[in-house]
Design a binder for this molecule. Structure first.
Ligand SMILES: Cc1cc2nc3c(=O)[nH]c(=O)nc-3n(C[C@H](O)[C@H](O)[C@H](O)COP(=O)(O)OP(=O)(O)OC[C@H]3O[C@@H](n4cnc5c(N)ncnc54)[C@H](O)[C@@H]3O)c2cc1C
Length: 564
């Protein structure tokens, strides 16, 4: 057994490799060519190329090397002072450096690219995210806080915080937290118990915030109930606070512990106790859940971009592995069933990508004042639909990617399991799938949103010359029409609510299919690239219309343990 010749003959599998993540992504490159003016793309491309190289190279290697490091909460110093500092991981420090260098938040506020600023920003974020150990979580909230302060019209807070949030200088860059969830609930935020007390001419907050991600931030936007206000969401107000004073002392708060989580383990998510935290009212002393909505609009968009980025990363790794792993005398890539499995995942990823970047494009238009009423209605409906659809797709795709590696996918030091664990948060935070489905379905402007969605789907299919794409386009139109008809036929309110997720996902999948067809036709006409055609047709064979009859009474029997 100790014979060295025998040991040399032992097979060792080579690991998957990543190349330049921009150059290796024909979907991103093709889509940018389609939507961006040539001069904008020319200006942006060197930076995308650099980021693609870093994300598939040095940053990815650092991520693998940094695997076992986790953030650490230091509550006391040697002299008995309560300090509650959080030491983040080496990769997070590098991610911060890259953030300011590439303006991952700043690009949206500099306006160099006008209505394309969000597309430029999120093309970079899409490349960066999978190698960042979810450093994109604080960035999402930072971006959301900047937008929320701008929308609030509170000029003194904008002047105070925006130069930090959108900074390209590491010495002045701040991240922001978003402290909403309490033990009473993250979905039903109206039950929040945090009190805001007006003492000696300033507001002080008392309460417990139960999930506060990236407590390494310098500021936060939060909700609290001014004393005397009624219960419910309307009685809450939105506050701005900074975590420490100029001397680094904590602002009347305590970090009780960092949560021990399934994934996003590099993100320091804390339980906080507010014990007289000085805070500033951002706007009115009520209607805080409405005031903080711009934050959610932005963070849900980030969530969607992170979802498609994880899907792309999983597929990049799976494809590399399929080319180098052999079974039954052939690389996996040439085994038709393995190839079929990966093709299905590609189709999902293409559909999710096109929906997400439509959302991004509309958001950029809105901020640049280049949006019409229909596009605005579409943006409002697409925000929850895209977040919920892509969150689910990311979990499904990364789960299948893990299986595509066989046992290696289940082994921690390949770095692969982290992909699935981190993806699993995407359908939970920033509104769960059910909560967002209800949000989409019960909103007062649903009809305007649906009309805009149908308009966009019709526009997608109008120019489809390729007969198979035209047939797939008709399938998308039929799914949307069936959902709209179902809504118009006066459903029982319980049935309506119970069906909300199926309805939201059907609308999302129908739009994805229509966008796939549109993009595929463009690719055929611009160089004869058939990848879009393959993605669209493959997607059209997957379930698109998920609506089915709902029997809430019978389902109740299924859930009743006492039923005989
Ligand atoms: C890693 C991580 C980091 C987080 N960071 C932050 C943060 O920085 N700031 C912050 O404010 N929050 C944060 N959160 C909290 C997150 O936003 C909440 O967990 C989420 O909104 C759900 O709230 P909940 O946990 O109270 O679940 P609940 O609201 O109790 O929901 C439980 C289940 O019930 C379902 N449900 C609830 N209401 C309905 C309904 N009406 N109809 C049908 N189904 C329903 C939900 O879909 C869910 O499946 C974080 C969470 C995680 C996991």
């Amino acid at each position: 057994m100790n014979d060295p010749h025998w040991q040399q003959a032992l097979f060792t599998q080579s690991a998957p490799e990543l190349g330049n993540q921009y150059r290796d992504d024909p979907l991103l490159g093709g889509w940018l060519r389609r939507v961006l003016p040539a001069e904008v793309l020319r200006d942006l491309e060197p930076e995308l190329d650099e980021l693609g190289g870093v994300a598939g190279g040095d940053l990815y290697r650092l991520q693998l090397a940094d695997r076992l490091n986790e953030p650490r909460l230091v509550q006391w110093d040697a002299w008995g002072n309560r300090v509650d500092t959080v030491e983040v991981t080496p990769l997070w420090r590098e991610a911060e450096r890259l953030t300011v260098r590439h303006g991952l938040v700043a690009t949206a506020y500099e306006r160099a690219y006008g209505r394309h600023a969000r597309v430029a920003q999120f093309a970079k974020v899409y490349l960066f995210h999978p190698s960042s150990d979810v450093y994109t979580c604080p960035l999402a909230m930072t971006d959301g806080a900047a937008r929320t302060l701008i929308e609030s019209g509170n000029q003194s807070l904008v002047a105070r915080a925006l130069p930090h949030l959108a900074s390209r200088d590491p010495a002045t860059f701040w991240t922001s937290g978003q402290w909403m969830t309490e033990t009473t609930g993250g979905s039903d935020v109206g039950r929040s118990q945090t009190r805001a007390v007006h003492e000696d001419g300033e507001w002080r907050l008392y309460g417990r915030k139960w999930f506060t991600s990236a407590v390494s931030a310098q500021m936060a936007l939060t909700l609290a109930r001014p004393e005397g206000n009624p219960p419910g969401g309307k009685g809450l107000a939105m506050f701005y606070l900074e975590l420490r004073d100029a001397a680094g002392r904590l602002n009347g708060l305590r970090v009780d512990r960092l949560k021990d989580k399934l994934g996003t383990r590099k993100v320091p998510t804390a339980e906080l106790m507010l014990e007289g935290t000085r805070a500033e009212l951002v706007g009115a002393p009520a209607n805080g859940t409405r005031a903080i909505e711009p934050m959610l609009g932005v963070t849900r968009m980030w969530n969607s971009v992170c979802a498609i980025a994880f899907m792309r990363r999983g597929l990049a790794l799976a494809r590399s592995y399929a080319a180098r792993r052999e079974a039954f005398g052939q690389p996996l890539a040439r085994q038709s069933l393995h190839a079929d499995t990966l093709a299905g995942l590609e189709a999902e990823t293409w559909g999710a990508f096109l929906m997400t970047f439509l959302l991004v494009e509309l958001h950029g238009r809105m901020e640049a004042g280049a949006i019409d009423d229909g596009q605005r209605a579409l943006l409002r409906l697409l925000t929850p639909l895209t977040k919920l659809a892509t969150g689910k797709q990311a979990v499904a795709v990364t789960s299948e990617v893990i299986e595509g590696f066989g046992g290696a996918g289940y082994v921690e030091d390949t770095g692969l399991p982290q992909l699935l664990r981190d993806a699993q948060v995407l359908p939970i935070w920033e509104g769960t799938t059910n909560v967002l489905s209800l949000d989409a379905l019960l909103r007062s402007d649903l009809q305007a949103g649906l009309a805009a969605l149908m308009g966009r789907v019709s526009a997608c299919v109008r120019g489809l010359a390729e007969p198979r794409l035209a047939a797939a386009g008709r399938q998308a139109v039929a799914a949307i029409e069936r959902a709209a008809l179902w809504l118009q036929t006066g459903q029982d309110p319980e049935v309506l609510r119970a069906s909300a997720r199926r309805l939201a996902l059907s609308l999302g999948r129908a739009l994805q299919l229509a966008l796939l067809c549109e993009h595929a036709q463009w690719l055929l006409e611009h160089g004869g690239d058939r990848r879009g055609l393959a993605a669209a047709l493959r997607y059209s064979r997957l379930p698109v219309d998920l609506m089915h009859e709902t029997d809430t009474a019978l389902d109740a029997v299924l859930l009743d343990p006492q039923h005989a």
